[in-house]
Design a protein around this ligand. Structure first.
Ligand code: FDA
Length: 307
């Protein structure tokens, strides 16, 4: 029951101001967002890659309100890519971007987001890596898929995310399961109405398996974004029956969640990519992590009370 309430709060400006100004212990936010600056995040990049893990990096931020903020988002990614260059990691460190941070919701937002994200995709390609477009709420997805298609004309390895909870996703998956595509499948993290999305966990899990089967049997590169042990076992089985080798799909999990499982899958020879977020505008990302597991909220509340 708590999840939807927290998700509603994640879009509230008033709650954003309250929580961001609250004496939140750094320890709680750090578990999911282990740095605010590039200098703070680079040691984490080294640590994860030294442990045989790969990364997709997210400069936190979303729902910006001015074109200048969208340009600042673009520049933050350009700085990150510039600092990654000497590490020579190639696709072992790719980027994840939210188009709402690149201006998608502003007037003329579709064109603005495309114009702001293109230099990031170009810079990523120059250092031998790529970008994946995160999926936000359902109203933004037609624009996201159109931007994905436009970018893929010049940068075919640009990836995108699809969300199992949405009714539309089975059709999106059939379209995207084509040669050369890179598609991350997740359950979905936003508060969506019953007209467009499954509401029950068992329905979402069943849809996840149907969609994953489509991706595994297709010709693209499936990226399994989940911490759910049952779905991970099913993914391994689907990959085996589809005759995929270990380098023909990958697992992805969020930094700070089931870290032992990251290492276990990597040790088994799987490609394991850790979604690693950093930056100062952590509110929306942090609240979605609280909503996914109400026990996190109790920990968060305790840490505020014990100060
Ligand atoms: P589920 O929520 O059932 O969790 C399975 C188990 O994992 C839990 O029992 C618990 O042990 C652990 N767990 C999960 N979440 C936790 C948390 N927050 N804290 C502590 N433990 C937790 N969503 C979206 O809408 N758009 C996107 O672009 C992305 N991108 C993305 C990238 C990657 C790499 C991942 C892994 C996830 C996303 N998501 C996302 C988030 C996704 O939609 C979903 O909300 C979370 O992954 C939680 O769902 P699970 O599949 O992990 O299952």
């Amino acid at each position: 029951m708590l999840g939807p309430v927290i998700l509603a709060a994640s879009r509230s400006d008033r709650m954003r101001r309250l929580i961001s100004a609250a004496p939140v212990t750094k320890q709680v936010v750090d578990r999911f967002i282990p740095g605010e600056t590039v200098d703070e995040i680079l040691p984490i990049v080294r640590e994860l890659t030294d442990n045989g893990l790969e990364l997709t990096m997210d400069v936190v931020g979303e729902d910006i309100t001015t074109p200048e903020q969208a340009e600042a988002a673009r520049d933050a990614y350009l700085e990150l890519i510039d600092r990654l260059k000497p590490l020579g990691l190639g696709e072992r460190a790719e980027m994840s971007v939210k188009l709402s941070m690149f201006g998608q919701a502003l007037s003329g937002g579709h064109e603005l987001a495309l114009a702001n994200v293109r230099p990031v995709v170009e810079a990523a390609a120059e250092i031998g890596t790529t970008v994946t477009l995160d999926a936000e709420d359902h109203t933004t997805l037609d624009s996201m898929f159109a931007i994905h298609e436009a970018l893929r004309k010049d940068f075919p390895r640009t990836g995108c995310v699809i969300q199992a909870y949405l009714f539309r996703t089975e059709e999106d998956a059939r379209r995207l399961a084509a040669a050369g595509s890179r598609v991350r499948l997740v359950k979905g993290a936003y508060k969506e109405p019953a007209e467009v999305a499954y509401q029950q966990k068992h329905e979402i899990d069943k849809a996840y398996v149907r969609i994953l089967r489509t991706l595994m049997e297709g010709e693209g590169y499936p990226m399994i974004g989940s911490h759910d042990p049952r779905l991970i076992a099913i993914a391994q089985e689907l990959a085996r029956t589809a005759g995929r080798k270990l380098d023909e799909y990958e697992f992805q999990m969020l930094y700070g969640i089931r870290g032992d499982e990251h290492l276990r899958l990597a040790a088994e020879g799987h490609r394991m990519r850790v979604y690693t977020a950093y930056g100062t505008d952590w509110y929306g990302y942090f609240m979605r992590r609280l909503a996914e597991k109400p026990a996190n909220l109790r920990f968060f509340a305790r840490s505020m009370i014990s100060r």
